[in-house]
Design a protein around this ligand. Structure first.
Ligand code: SAM
Length: 245
């Protein structure tokens, strides 16, 4: 999987991708992350990439020409079938379903905006899709691009030490994750649930599924809408609800 991020702050991308799961995937050659600055494609000595908005108002807008050239340069570095994605609050939400769709691509150009955003004509001519990481506004698209990279990279085969750990993450099976515990067995009077210590694997599986269903019902009930539940899941959720009252 190859990523090229178009950004005014390439150092932010270079620094962030050195650590953790993404850093290891890069070291092993499973992933590449490059950063390109549109300033290198500006045609004046001041390397201008922004200008005032037509129609007036505060803030600046990123110009179409240097960004367009940067995107075309980035595309040339990526395999055929790669996509150009603009990180923008007005875009499609980044969900686990979207991540699973993106992980099938050979590469992505990720365009990080700044200021008031980018000239709309760039979005209609060079960008395949706009993706948002949530209903709030950040100062730039670099953190959203890094969020997307991290979410995609951890799903790639062989990237996580134990492939199963990604299978158990929240949202992967449409539910939130269950609670996790490690030593000590008791902490300030709070005990680890007995079932996790008993060694009965089926009881542990059922407890975890029940907690995942229950947490989802309590915290994100909309995730359960339209879910076809097995008899076991229905039973466990009913048990969870009864325990709550
Ligand atoms: N005027 C824009 C708006 O109201 O949506 C805000 C621009 S924001 C200050 C600057 C840049 O941050 C955007 O061009 C976009 O690349 C990025 N950005 C901000 N919030 C984002 C979000 N929730 N998801 C993805 N990108 C975001």
């Amino acid at each position: 999987m190859q990523f090229v991020v178009i950004t005014l702050f390439p150092e932010l991308i270079h620094t962030a991708v050195q650590v953790g799961v993404v850093g290891r995937a890069i070291e092993r050659g499973q992933v590449t992350v490059q950063a390109i600055t549109p300033r290198d494609f500006a045609d004046d000595v001041r390397r201008t990439v922004d200008d005032r908005p037509y129609g007036g108002g505060p803030g600046m807008v990123l110009k179409v020409e240097p960004l367009g050239l940067a995107i075309r340069t980035a595309r040339d570095r990526l395999p055929a079938g790669s996509r150009c994605i603009y990180m923008g609050a007005e875009g499609n939400p980044l969900t686990q379903r979207k991540v699973n769709e993106l992980k099938k691509l050979p590469g992505m150009v990720l365009l990080a905006g700044r200021y008031e955003g980018v000239d709309e004509r760039l979005l209609t001519t060079e960008v395949d899709e706009t993706i948002s990481i949530g209903d709030y506004v950040l100062s730039g698209g670099e953190l959203p691009a890094l969020v997307l990279i991290d979410a995609v990279v951890r799903t790639l085969p062989g990237v996580l030490g134990d492939d199963e750990s990604a299978q158990q993450d929240s949202f992967v099976n449409g539910l939130l994750d269950w609670p996790h515990y490690t030593r000590p067995q008791e902490f300030t009077g709070l005990k680890v649930p007995d079932v996790l210590i008993g060694g009965n694997h089926d009881a542990i599986r059922r407890w975890r599924l029940k907690q995942a269903l229950g947490r989802t019902w309590l915290r994100r009930p909309e995730l359960l809408n339209g879910r076809t539940m097995s008899t076991e899941e229905q039973l466990l959720l009913n048990e969870f609800k009864a325990e709550q009252s």
